[in-house]
Unconditional design. Structure first.
Length: 272
């Protein structure tokens, strides 16, 4: 378990560097102006990464349920199973249920109603609405509640369910890293809200580090997220309101979900 987590955090560092370089090079280097578009295109690097993480969540969840089926509580079994199923569905949606691999044609219904004329369900929903719903939940459940639990640990004593939000602060930072990639200074209420939400979350995490004196690697991790935010803000013109950065964000959100999933499973296994 620990070996898997360490490997994932090492991969996370490498992916951080790839992401920062993609934005910086696109914004500042001659000959790289199409790099971001290439990296975030359909079936590109970041979308493929998302699919890999989703399938990993599914496989790890099924493996855990099989190996520890007689030791996990009913609640843990249901939670692990539901998360695994949603990860599988998410991965299949990303590859349009095999369409992107086998290149079969969409039916008339999907050709008419799907935003990308693909065989999937999530593109039947307005892109702005879908993104707003997804990222609102990410901010609430993967950033703000975990940060409040870190800042006020006694809350767990009053609300036992909050113990499941007491997650590794490095995983919280992965989510914060993902939210750095956005179309800053765009005249849209959703974008403005997104920007303010990200900056406030950064301030809260910085306050947490100030209060509890995080270890050296946590401080370095936070500094890297701050640096990424500065690079993203200074390069905001390379982002597209309708997509561009969202494949990067999605990739790191799914990676953070995988890290949180592994940690929660570890906690459940330690209870038995």
């Amino acid at each position: 378990m620990l070996k898997i987590q360490n490997t994932l955090f090492t991969l996370t560092t490498l992916l951080y560097l790839v992401s920062i370089w993609t934005i910086f090079a696109t914004a500042n280097l001659t000959g790289y102006s199409h790099l971001l578009l290439k990296m975030t295109q359909e079936n590109g690097f970041f979308e493929t990464s998302s699919v890999v993480w989703l399938f990993f969540i599914f496989i790890y969840g099924i493996y855990t349920l099989i190996k520890y089926k007689n030791r996990l509580s009913r609640y843990a079994t249901i939670a692990i199973g539901v998360f695994a199923i949603f990860a599988f569905l998410g991965a299949m949606e990303e590859i349009s249920w095999g369409q992107q691999l086998f290149h079969f044609s969409s039916t008339d219904y999907f050709m008419k109603h799907n935003l990308q004329q693909e065989t999937n369900l999530h593109n039947l929903i307005d892109a702005n609405l879908f993104s707003s719903i997804i990222y609102s939940n990410i901010y609430i459940f993967c950033l703000y509640i975990p940060l409040l639990v870190k800042l006020f640990p006694t809350l767990i004593e009053r609300f036992k369910l909050l113990e499941y939000f007491d997650i590794n602060p490095h995983a919280i930072l992965v989510v914060l890293f993902s939210s750095a990639f956005q179309k800053y200074f765009y005249n849209d209420i959703g974008v403005i809200t997104d920007m303010v939400t990200h900056i406030v979350a950064l301030a809260l995490f910085g306050y947490f580090l100030f209060l509890y004196r995080g270890d050296r690697w946590l401080n370095i991790h936070f500094g890297l997220v701050l640096l990424t935010t500065v690079v993203a803000i200074s390069s905001y013109r390379v982002f597209d309101f309708f997509n561009a950065q969202y494949e990067i964000r999605e990739s790191f959100v799914v990676l953070a979900s995988l890290l949180i999933y592994i940690e929660l499973i570890k906690k459940e296994k330690l209870k038995v």
